[in-house]
Design a protein around this ligand. Structure first.
Ligand code: C2E
Ligand code: CA
Ligand code: CA
Ligand code: CA
Length: 279
């Protein structure tokens, strides 16, 4: 939390108290949620720009609250990160997603990869490499089908240590992508230092790509440079056919977004896979 200067008004103190109380309440509710298994995963398809088929899915957590219904991660991930609960819950997410992918494989659906979002604390604490190795063993999923998504800011902290950890994960055979690319300050040439397989172009660029020639140029430059560094490019938040067409024209590798499908429960994902849904 930010420190206020000398002349802090009571109003702000009251607001800070309010926030604190609600923070504690949130943490307690989250503890209960962990105990009672109130989390579920939804899956959003990743679609190949080459042949229009589903080649994977990103697992996205939701909180199935007994009173308030389905709660979006935007409302609780930050609190879980601050309390440290994200480490245990993140492990659950990884296990659940790998188990699901492994079951889909066993039923002949696929080839199919599953992507999981990592939090900063998972990367720093709790022996991530060993956790990943264990989860793959427990679920029987081959490492190459697991993709871990990290944000730029996570890469920028403790660079040397991060490079070492990512190297170990890569050695297991797991694939690594940079999430929300373009929202931070790193350049692709900087990312070259990290063992990464893919770049996910943030939805803010994709959004304006049709109206704003600058965003087309940026996206094209990112794609060209990523390819030069042997990285794949995934565009996030693709909502319209026009966006899709521009991305395909600029040699984007994969797309994800409402245009193809919103994140859906596992059963709905399974129906798309069985029906062989394509773009
Ligand atoms: P993210 O990793 O960038 O995930 C993409 C978000 O964009 C998802 O929001 C998804 O529903 C949304 N989205 C996908 N396609 C479109 C589109 O076409 N248009 C628009 N407007 N939005 C689209 P969601 O599921 O609410 O997740 C929000 C964020 O919460 C994620 O952003 C990720 O940072 C975090 N998150 C989700 N699940 C986990 C998790 O298991 N662990 C951690 N650490 N973070 C998670
Ligand atoms: Ca993500
Ligand atoms: Ca993202
Ligand atoms: Ca995001």
């Amino acid at each position: 939390a930010k420190q206020h200067g000398g002349g802090t008004f009571r109003f702000f103190e009251a607001a800070a108290n309010e926030r604190l109380r609600s923070r504690q309440q949130t943490e307690q509710a989250l503890r209960l949620a962990v105990q009672e298994n109130q989390f579920v995963l939804h899956y959003q398809p990743k679609v190949s720009c080459n042949n229009g088929t589903i080649i994977g899915a990103e697992a996205l957590i939701r909180w199935q609250h007994p009173q308030h219904g389905l709660i979006s991660p935007a409302e609780f991930i930050q609190a879980m990160e601050e309390s440290g609960q994200v480490v245990a819950v993140g492990r659950w997410v990884m296990h659940q997603a790998c188990l699901q992918a492994s079951r889909w494989h066993a039923r002949g659906l696929g080839p199919f990869s599953v992507a999981v979002n990592l939090s900063a604390r998972q990367l720093r604490e709790g022996n991530l490499v060993q956790q990943v190795r264990q989860v793959l063993e427990e679920t029987g999923l081959a490492a190459r089908w697991l993709e871990l998504e990290l944000t730029e800011s996570m890469l920028m902290e403790d660079v040397e240590e991060t490079i070492a950890t990512l190297g170990e994960l890569r050695a297991l055979g797991v694939r690594l992508s940079v999430d929300d690319f373009g929202t931070g300050y790193s350049s692709l040439s900087y990312l070259k230092r990290f063992p990464l397989d893919a770049v996910k172009v943030d939805r803010s660029f994709v959004q304006d790509i049709v109206a704003d020639p600058n965003d087309v140029s940026i996206t094209r430059a990112v794609i060209t440079m990523a390819h030069a560094l042997q990285m794949k490019v995934i565009a996030e938040g693709v909502e319209t056919e026009a966006q899709l067409a521009l991305l395909i024209a600029n040699r984007c590798d994969e797309i994800q977004g409402y245009y193809f499908s919103r994140p859906v429960p596992a059963e709905e994902m399974e129906i798309m896979l069985e029906n062989g849904k394509t773009i």
